[in-house]
Design a protein around this ligand. Structure first.
Ligand code: NAD
Ligand code: UDP
Ligand code: UDP
Length: 319
């Protein structure tokens, strides 16, 4: 849709200076949109979007989404929220506030503007899943009082708010449940497994496996995920989701460690550390809905995505 300003859409990306947000801003600009990136730099940074700052169609605003935001946009992607367990447990009260109050403010903004709004939800809403792989119909298994609850319950409540604004105020919503995603611009110190293993391997330090390493995760490359975001936003209004987006390839953390050691040519050995409380034992998306409704599936195999991510970390931090 061409806006009255004669250009393409004006799109708000909250959390746009983060890992996924920066890839999304890039892709939306490349498609000819105006992008307003809003971020409080809690886990993101200007360096993630430094290459976009000279683009006249890109605007950066420092703002915390727990406070109201009055801007004029045609579409909203709500990504603002720390995503790694180390970051979201650093200030758990702020994590819940960001998810819940941030969602209320962005939904209020969408309501005033009649703008379409997408929520970056998460596979964490399934908790430590008793159903495997996880279809969207599964209601999850979350410990409401554990250390992960600030994130899991915050994101669950945000989903509730999205669906209530949809039913009560007829908002056009899109809810994605994102499974573990990796790629260039992951925060080097956020403690997530892919960045941890790559940095440890490149430094020749021990690879830290939590627990016995037989827990599983499914890893999606960032470009694939962003492609899914954009396809989903373009679907008709009755396609609200929630829709799982992730790579159905499932690996144990031991398998991931072996791949990273092989692809980096590292001499690092494996060291076991205690398993964090409530760490999910298994996770794999059922992506039948994304295939049917978005004609989407991930294209980048894990070895190739890891190679690109290793190249990024090497260039950025080791050269
Ligand atoms: P990230 O930490 O790199 O990005 C989050 C961004 O939000 C950062 O730039 C941060 O500064 C910003 N932010 C945090 N609190 C804010 C606030 N109150 N106001 C404004 N900005 C704020 O994480 P990411 O991996 O890019 O995740 C992006 C979104 O995707 C998050 O909502 C996350 O929950 C969701 N998600 C990510 C994954 C994944 O594997 N990467 C998986 C599931 C869901
Ligand atoms: N809001 C905002 N920008 C807007 C409109 C609303 O940040 O352009 C915030 C505002 O803080 C409000 C919240 O969104 O509290 C929810 O808005 P809504 O209209 O749903 O509820 P109300 O204004 O009645 O609280
Ligand atoms: N993990 C690990 N070593 C690390 C970091 C994480 O073995 O250095 C494990 C962690 O316990 C979990 C999996 O890797 O089982 C994925 O962790 P991550 O924090 O990346 O994501 P999440 O648990 O949110 O899926």
């Amino acid at each position: 849709m061409i806006s009255p300003r004669g250009y393409n859409k004006r799109i708000l990306v909250t959390g746009g200076a983060g890992f996924l947000g920066s890839h999304l801003c890039e892709r939306l600009l490349a498609a000819g949109n105006d992008v307003l990136c809003v971020d409080n730099y809690f886990t993101g940074s200007r360096s993630n979007i430094a290459h976009l700052l000279d683009n006249p169609h890109f605007e950066l605003m420092r703002h915390d989404v727990t406070f109201p935001l009055y801007v004029e946009v045609d579409e909203i992607y709500n990504l603002a929220c720390p995503a790694s367990p180390v970051h979201y447990q650093h200030d758990p009260v702020q994590t819940t506030k960001t998810s819940v109050i941030g969602a209320i403010n962005m939904l209020g903004l969408a309501k005033r503007l009649g703008a379409r709004i997408m929520q970056a939800s998460t596979s964490e809403i399934y908790g430590d899943p008793a159903v495997h792989p996880q279809p969207e119909e599964y209601w999850g298994n979350v410990n409401t009082i554990g250390p992960r609850a600030c994130y899991d319950e915050g994101k669950r409540c945000a989903e509730t708010l999205f669906f209530d604004y949809h039913r009560q105020h007829k908002l056009s919503i899109k809810v994605i449940r994102i499974f573990n995603t990796y790629g260039p611009r992951m925060h080097p110190n956020d403690g997530r497994v892919v960045s941890n293993f790559i940095i440890q391997a490149l430094k020749g330090e021990p690879i830290t496996i939590y627990g016995d390493g037989r827990q599983t995760r499914s890893f999606c490359y960032a470009d694939d995920l962003v492609d899914g975001f954009i396809r989903f936003m373009a679907t008709p209004a009755d396609v609200t989701g929630p829709i799982n987006l992730g790579n159905p390839g499932e690996f144990t953390m031991l398998e991931l460690a072996e791949k990273v050691i092989r692809l980096t040519g590292s001499s690092s050995r494996i060291e076991h550390r205690p398993l964090p409380q409530d760490d999910p034992k298994q996770r794999r998306p059922d992506i039948a809905k994304a295939r049917a409704l978005l004609d989407w599936e991930p294209k980048v195999p894990l070895d190739e995505g890891l190679t690109r991510t290793i190249d990024y970390f090497k260039t950025r931090f080791f050269s």
